[in-house]
Design a binder for this molecule. Structure first.
Ligand code: HEM
Length: 403
């Protein structure tokens, strides 16, 4: 089949359970121009080099007019280039990590373990559970709410906005997609207003949460109202729509590989490496759809023109045999696992230390209980987005004694 339809075929919902053969086709082509004029890049070394190349912009305002899409009310730092990106990421990091808050994420281990134990306790005695709704979703949502200072009881409100935003992460263009993007931009605006409202309540009387820290930061570190809205929306969405897929993909992959599940039950010390292998083998962020070259770029012998959308298919780079031995094998003992699951370069995932701890604790608690578990549906039903890919539900049967 023609490689110029790969984007459409990846986007097709029927490809969601197993997009990997399409990525193999992409790697054969190296770089593939699509019918809509965009380019797909699928080789590990090409993607890694582009992620470090300042000539490839994350700012959609650099797109040629024929690729313009409705813009959000305010761009967050994931959608900006340096120096703006660097300034805002630095301010957003002050209450989250080094140099101002070293140990902040590590200090959450106890709390994350506590939330995990509560969730496990609530499953006691049940013989059928949905890994997504009963476990993998509530855990990161509760954690990001505590961290940001968002009342967990408001979950139904912000979940609806988050779903609208995630569902707009599609690879198609045209009128329907523009309408989805407009709906997502309205949701961003509503979520931003809500989060700024919460932050304002804490001006002058800070708690230990990040919204308090943002709104009470000393003058040179202060965010404007719009910057605060965009940053808080980014953190709430990124903090709760990605880790859920890492944990769920983890359970699915382990139940499909009973020998590896057994190995991890016997050797829990392998868990951090197993989480890295999951980020390689089934990455929750499959591709980065919003890069744009600032100048004509030569990639793997192809000239990608300035201003056209470039899609970096991280999940394809992660299965590149030029970089990983036997890449379609899930191997938690894999050495030298420099996967692209968290991206690379200046936009490398800000929340990676938190996501790693959450996944390690969550899977560490579940693995001893999965011995007799079976998948009810394989493949499970997937969520809409080909970008943030993961099961919508993952029902499993547990034996009552271990449940
Ligand atoms: C398994 C879970 C996660 C995965 C797979 C993931 C993946 C990624 C990837 C691939 C990028 C790079 C985007 C790009 O280059 O355009 C990224 C950026 C980002 N992530 Fe994550 N992420 C995860 C969890 C989190 C969490 C828990 C948070 C927040 C606490 C977070 C916050 C961010 C932010 C703010 C950025 C933008 C960084 C920048 O532009 O400098 N992520 N993430």
């Amino acid at each position: 089949m023609a490689v110029d339809t790969l984007l459409e075929r990846i986007n097709d919902y029927a490809s969601r359970p197993d997009p990997y053969p399409l990525y193999a086709e992409l790697r054969e082509a190296g770089v593939a121009r699509q019918r809509d004029g965009s380019y797909l890049v699928g080789g590990y070394y090409d993607i890694a080099a582009l992620l470090h190349d300042p000539r490839l912009s994350s700012d959609r305002r650099n797109r040629a007019p024929e690729f313009a899409a409705p813009m959000p009310p305010q761009l967050s730092f994931i959608q900006l280039d340096d120096p703006e990106h660097h300034r805002l990421r630095g301010l957003a990091t002050r209450p989250f990590g080094p140099p101002h808050s070293p140990g902040r994420v590590d200090a959450m281990r106890g709390e994350i373990t506590g939330i995990t134990e509560q969730l496990i306790a609530s499953l006691q005695g049940r013989t059928r559970i949905d890994i997504v709704d009963d476990f993998a979703y509530p855990l990161p949502v509760t954690v990001i709410c505590r961290l940001l200072g968002v009342p967990p009881d408001d979950e139904p409100v912000f979940h609806a906005w988050a779903t609208t935003i995630i569902d707009s992460l599609d690879l198609t263009s045209g009128k329907d997609q523009d309408e989805r993007t407009r709906a997502a931009n309205r949701a961003r605006e509503d979520m931003g207003r809500y989060l700024v409202g919460l932050a304002e309540q804490r001006r002058g009387r800070p708690g230990d949460d990040m919204l308090s820290a943002f709104v009470n930061a000393p003058e040179p570190a202060a965010l404007t109202r719009d910057e605060l809205a965009a940053t808080a929306v980014l953190l709430l969405i990124a903090g709760h729509e990605t880790t859920v897929n890492l944990i769920t993909n983890g359970v699915l992959t382990l139940l499909r590989h009973p020998d590896q599940l057994d190995l991890l039950r016997r050797e829990p010390a392998l868990l951090p490496r197993a989480v890295e292998e999951l980020l390689r083998y089934e990455p929750p962020v499959q591709l980065l759809p919003q890069r744009t070259p600032l100048t004509d770029l030569e990639v793997a012998g192809t000239t990608i023109p300035k201003g056209v959308p470039v899609v970096l298919v991280l999940a394809s780079g992660n299965r590149d045999p030029q970089r990983f031995h036997d890449p379609d094998r899930f191997d938690p003992t894999r050495p030298d696992n420099q996967h692209l699951g968290f991206g690379s370069g200046i936009h490398i995932c800000y929340g990676a230390p938190l996501a790693r701890i959450e996944a390690q604790i969550a899977l560490g608690a579940l693995i001893p209980r999965l011995g007799t578990a079976t998948l009810v549906e394989d493949p499970p039903p997937y969520r809409h987005s080909p970008v943030l890919r993961g099961p919508r539900r993952l029902p499993i049967e547990l034996s009552p004694s271990r449940g």
